[in-house]
Design a binder for this molecule. Structure first.
Ligand code: NAG
Ligand code: NAG
Ligand code: NAG
Ligand code: NAG
Length: 184
């Protein structure tokens, strides 16, 4: 009982501090909402000599549909994003993040968590954040865009991901992305 009572002045002080802190803030104005469609390709290269994706954790269970990969594998990626499907095509950004083989089933579903970091033109320095399920054998996957920075501040939207090419032995893949975002 005594300790309960002795907490009251502290709680009072804390709520006073919170009130003072919020009193120093205020309203802010957002610019008009814009919508943007982006189209580019992502190169996820596991093979030598220039891999862009590295396995950092090897999972415990072999996947029947992809014998070179395991449930629980974690890859860290720094994949180039290019204008066209050829890796020599113009670089527009990078996908920096990770994916986890997160399904024990035959759908090869990944948990893909990545920032798209743009490097070109008015998008240079802006980012989009993707947190998604990527069921890699599906012809089209819908990935939620959960946020962004720079031009893409407060972004929300989705990306449609298609496999342009995939080598099931090496794991090398070229992916086509159409990203649709609303942002301020
Ligand atoms: C990619 O571009 C290079 C030169 O820019 C060319 O030699 C090569 O054939 C192209 N590859 C494909 C698959 O189109
Ligand atoms: C993007 O911005 C960086 C940092 O400001 C700058 O060094 C770079 O030249 C810019 N790239 C392009 C293609 O504008
Ligand atoms: C939104 O669109 C307007 C009009 O096209 C443009 O002036 C403004 O720079 C855009 N804002 C962003 C964040 O792209
Ligand atoms: C797929 O990857 C394997 C292993 O790296 C390689 O030997 C094979 O040539 C590749 N296939 C194609 C079509 O590129």
């Amino acid at each position: 009982m005594a300790s309960f009572q002795s907490n009251i002045p502290l709680l009072f002080l804390l709520s006073l501090m919170a009130a003072v802190a919020s009193a120093s803030g205020g309203e802010f104005k957002l610019g008009k909402e814009n919508s943007t469609h982006l189209h580019f390709y992502m190169h996820d290269i596991l093979s030598q000599p220039n891999p862009t994706a590295f396995r950092v954790v090897k999972g415990p269970l072999k996947l029947p549909a992809l014998p070179n990969f395991n449930f629980g594998d974690i890859f860290v990626i720094d994949d180039p994003l290019t204008e066209g499907p050829n890796s020599t095509s113009k670089l527009v950004g990078r996908a920096q993040g990770s994916y986890v083989f997160a399904s024990q089933g035959s759908d090869g579903a990944l948990l893909l968590t990545t920032n798209l970091v743009f490097k070109e033109g008015k998008y240079n320095g802006s980012t989009l954040s993707i947190l998604s399920r990527d069921s890699i054998f599906a012809p089209v996957r819908e990935l939620p865009v959960v946020g962004g920075t720079g031009i893409f501040r407060l972004a929300r939207g989705y990306a449609l991901l298609k496999t342009f090419s995939f080598n099931t032995t090496s794991g090398d893949a070229v992916l086509e992305l159409d990203v649709y975002v609303m942002h301020h």
